[in-house]
Design a protein around this ligand. Structure first.
Ligand code: ATP
Ligand code: MG
Length: 144
């Protein structure tokens, strides 16, 4: 199955993209699509719509539009749940040792990576970033 990740602008800007991609590949994820994206304010607002009422929403939208991020369609068994484990808790101070956020995040806001939190959201987010691709096209021949 597939999930959607974004290496966030803090990590791309700090030159951590390659290390994070290596971490994801070592965790068994296959990169099926990738796109460097500079989100517009309208796109970032839509992407984090669920948090619109939260006090961190405006700073979050500013952060996510502050520079390019790398959107990734990733494939692995149990991809959605497994990626959430691999990235760690939202706040790097609370993330387990060896998780992407514990290793590479700066703060609870500037936390290096986004991962879809359900199969439904993964499908919606993959369509958001890779609208021209059908999911079956992303899969390599023989991939489960
Ligand atoms: P993401 O959705 O980016 O994968 P998440 O699911 O771990 O992260 P959410 O609760 O969905 O966490 O929050 C979305 C993003 O908003 C966080 O990743 C972080 O960048 C920011 N954020 C969340 N809570 C806070 C907070 N209390 N203060 C500042 N930023 C926050
Ligand atoms: Mg989330």
């Amino acid at each position: 199955m597939f999930t959607l990740a974004i290496i966030k602008p803090d990590a791309v800007g700090a030159g951590k993209t390659g290390q994070i991609l290596a971490h994801l590949e070592q965790a068994g994820f296959k990169i099926r699509a990738a796109r460097l994206v500079r989100l517009s304010t309208v796109q970032a607002e839509a992407f984090y719509e669920v948090h619109r009422a939260r006090p961190f929403y405006r700073p979050l939208v500013r952060f996510m539009t502050s520079g390019p991020g790398l959107a990734l369609a990733l494939e692995r068994d149990n991809a959605v749940a497994h990626l959430r484990v691999v990235i760690g808790a939202t706040d790097p101070a609370e993330a387990q040792p060896g998780t992407v956020r514990q290793l590479y995040a700066e703060s609870k806001e500037r936390n290096a990576i986004h991962a879809a939190d359900s199969p439904e959201n993964a499908a919606r987010e993959i369509a958001f970033f890779f609208p021209e691709r059908e999911l079956r096209e992303l899969a390599a021949p023989g991939a489960s």
